[in-house]
Design a protein. Structure first.
Length: 538
């Protein structure tokens, strides 16, 4: 099927009045909107988040929040309802209208959130290197040049203030936390120390560290007790020997004038006593000396039996017997003193044996308690060591936290500085009036063409010989078009251009009147575009 461009062009010319009216209507609307939309200015300020001023290997801040996260937190704080209303009231951004009516708080907050913009951009020293700095741009849009600059700089001031307060607050909170931890752990450490000392005082020597000493002491006491028992036996034997000598000679020092056997006994006893001072009672030499003394005593007893009986018979009338009564002469006094001395020594040794036995029982009880006390003591010591380790760690962290707080107070950590302050803009950024006017004209052309296509699609009349043949099966000899008179042509043109002129004039005037006296059109247009995610003026 061959496309007849000449035919379609003739149809366009025939329908051109409708095209002109529609295109003129939308072009006038676009031009009117471009004119009545208020100018809007935008001011921008740039901030730089710098890295820490002190090398991290020397001292680091305790605030580990990243730059992007920090700026995002600050942004959310600045966009809070309370903060936006405070900025609007301080700068008087929304004065009352002519009737004294102010915008609602919710409307003010929403409008300011739509007008302010925060953007971040991280920079690196190399393509694959870590982020070295972060740049933040703050912009604010409004109808007055000076106002947008003031509001933008106010947000810059708030960002700097919030950044300082946030980092200082975090560092102070960290320091306060570790101070509380040090105080808490210090109290627990003191309490555990008291429990440990009380337990050690309660159990005394019955602890594993003293087990070797207790066993050594137990062996010494048992040896001393055995020695005292043996000494008591020796003293009792000595007492018997002295009594026997006194019965025979009448004197305890008879060895000086006695028989050679008695002198041997005296010498053997002296040698035994000297050996006991050096060796233990179980020593072979001591055992040998004891046997020798016993042998001499046995010989001496056999030698003195007969003389003793004779002496008793001869002197029974005039020799005193100190064993049966009170002493009556100097020899008897010496004998009694020697007996008393031996008895006193025996009593002392028996008393020592009792003391040794009591101490041995106590030490044996302590040794038996050592395992249980060791378990309890180990648990208490382990708890003490754990708390001590936690306390030392908390003290170290407290020192780091104090250094970190000092770094933040002196602004030596990560800090935000202003690169460029906001200045009043020289020209408006929105609306783009040529673009809006061109868009209106373009939409008018599209609407006019669409109207012509629609009219032709709905028109089913026959206008060409081809259509007559196709529909009726008739082949015409000739086709005569409808010829208008000059008057009809003039009238038709007057109506078309008059209508177009009226639309071009009345529509802009109507829109301007509505914008000025009824309701601002910029608000209506902006709300319509915002519903589809677009914006004309902001």
């Amino acid at each position: 099927m061959k496309l007849d461009l000449k035919y379609y062009f003739s149809i366009f010319l025939r329908r051109s009045p409708y095209f002109i009216v529609v295109a003129a209507l939308f072009a006038s609307i676009g031009l009117t909107v471009a004119i009545i939309l208020p100018a809007e200015y935008e001011a921008k300020a740039t901030l730089l988040v710098e890295s820490e001023q002190i090398p991290e290997r020397l001292a680091s801040s305790t605030v580990n929040t990243g730059a992007n996260e920090q700026l995002l937190i600050i942004q959310q704080r600045l966009l809070s309802r309370e903060n936006l209303l405070d900025v609007a009231n301080r700068l008087d951004l929304y004065p009352p209208d002519e009737e004294g009516v102010r915008l609602s708080a919710s409307s003010i907050v929403q409008d300011m959130r739509d007008r302010v913009t925060f953007s971040q951009n991280s920079t690196t020293a190399s393509k694959r290197g870590p982020e070295t700095s972060t740049i933040m741009t703050i912009s604010y849009r409004g109808k007055r040049r000076q106002t947008v600059a003031e509001v933008t700089n106010e947000f810059v001031t708030l960002v700097l203030q919030q950044n300082l307060e946030l980092r200082t607050e975090q560092a102070s909170d960290t320091l306060a936390f570790f101070r509380q931890e040090v105080d808490r752990l210090g109290g627990e450490l003191d309490a555990q120390s008291v429990r440990l000392i009380d337990f050690q005082n309660q159990v005394g020597m019955a602890v594993p560290t003293n087990l070797s000493f207790l066993r050594t002491r137990l062996d010494d006491l048992q040896t001393q007790r055995s020695t005292n028992r043996q000494s008591i036996l020796d003293l009792e034997e000595q007492k018997k020997r002295i009594e026997a000598i006194f019965r025979v000679t009448g004197d305890i020092n008879a060895s000086a004038a006695g028989s050679p056997l008695e002198q041997q006994l005296k010498a053997a006893q002296d040698e035994l006593n000297n050996a006991l001072l050096v060796f233990s009672p179980t020593n072979p030499r001591v055992t040998m000396l004891k046997a020798r003394v016993a042998q001499i005593e046995q010989q001496l007893n056999g030698a003195v039996e007969t003389p003793e009986d004779d002496a008793d018979e001869q002197d029974s009338g005039n020799e005193p017997n100190v064993l049966d009564g009170e002493p009556r002469n100097e020899r008897e006094v010496r004998f009694q003193a020697e007996m008393d001395n031996i008895d006193r020594r025996i009593q002392e040794m028996q008393a020592e044996i009792e003391v040794f036995s009591a101490e041995i029982a106590e030490i044996e009880e302590q040794i038996s308690d050592v395992p249980a006390n060791g378990v309890t003591l180990a648990k208490l010591q382990r708890d003490f060591d754990n708390i001590q380790g936690q306390y030392n760690q908390a003290v170290n962290r407290l020192s780091v936290a104090a250094t970190g707080e000092r770094i933040e107070l002196l602004s030596k950590g990560q800090r935000t500085s202003v690169i460029e302050q906001a200045t009043p803009p020289e020209r408006p950024t929105k609306p783009n009036r040529p673009l809006i006017a061109a868009a209106g004209a373009g939409f008018g052309v599209f609407a006019g063409l669409a109207l012509i296509v629609l009219m032709e699609f709905l028109n089913r009349s026959i206008r060409r010989p081809m259509e007559l043949t196709n529909r009726l099966g008739i082949t015409p000899f000739a086709v005569l078009p409808y010829i208008r008179t000059h008057r009809e042509v003039a009238l038709r043109r007057t109506v078309i251009f008059g209508t177009a002129g009226v639309l071009i004039v009345l529509v802009p005037l109507s829109l301007f009147a509505m914008h000025s006296f009824v309701y601002p059109l910029d608000t209506i247009i902006e709300s319509l575009f915002n519903r589809v995610g677009l914006s004309v003026i902001g």
